[in-house]
Design a binder for this molecule. Sequence first.
Ligand SMILES: N[C@@H]1[C@@H](O)[C@H](O)[C@@H](COP(=O)(O)O)O[C@@H]1O
Length: 261
Amino acid sequence: MKKVLVKDYHHLSLTAFDLFLQEFQENPAGTFGFATGSTPIGFYQRIREDHALHQTDYSKIKTFNLDEYVGLDEQHPQSYHHFMSQQLFNPLGIGKEQVHLPKGNAEDLQQECERYESLLNAHPIDLQILGIGENGHIGFNEPGTSFESGVHVTTLKESTRQANSRFFDSIHQVPTHAITMGIQNILNAKKILVLVSGSSKAAIIKEIFQHPVTTQIPASALNHHSDTTFIIDEEAAMYLSEDLYGEGTAATQALLTTPQN
Ligand SMILES: N[C@@H]1[C@@H](O)[C@H](O)[C@@H](COP(=O)(O)O)O[C@@H]1O
């Protein structure tokens, strides 16, 4: 796992955009895996700004999302469908036929998992964007999930519902279940970019890098992936010891001294 340490959230968003753009330019008809949560919002904003400036053509990409809440339809303001439409799909002119998300309001959830699994198998992801939960979850794979898991319905931990309740009027409105790509689906991506920002992620980031790989920390499965890059800001990195900074220190210095637009 590579680490790039950056000064703050702003630089995290710029760095993520640079790495994304590099991949997109090499592969303008590529398959991109996107994530929700608040962490990628600055990165998505950067993609929108660049698109407005250069009319970057995203008409050939395919997109897949990690997860969706069970019970919310596509128009629900807190659904991940809605989030992605607002953040990326509408502003970039990415059409419905290009995008894939699990349907949280499917009548038969098991069948929906199978449908999503076959789509993923048919279209391997070139670059997967990931955030991590405070308990180390990736997608909605909570602690204890098998690293071999495929697309499945998961019961959200109370701590996850609590953390995500900030997007809802009250915790009672936060769904109890979600459909998520499994850890194996995530590991199938050719490249993975993990964005980690803020002091609330500092403890888990330390666990991911200092503890043995364990299903109790789903993000530690990324140790089994051959091309994963973590972009971590200083607040999230505050408990990482110097020796864990590794190549990240040099990269950070480069980033901090290179003028960013
Ligand atoms: N299912 C999503 C995850 O994909 C995301 O990584 C996590 C962290 O969110 P945030 O970036 O807001 O901390 O939130 C949700 O639980």
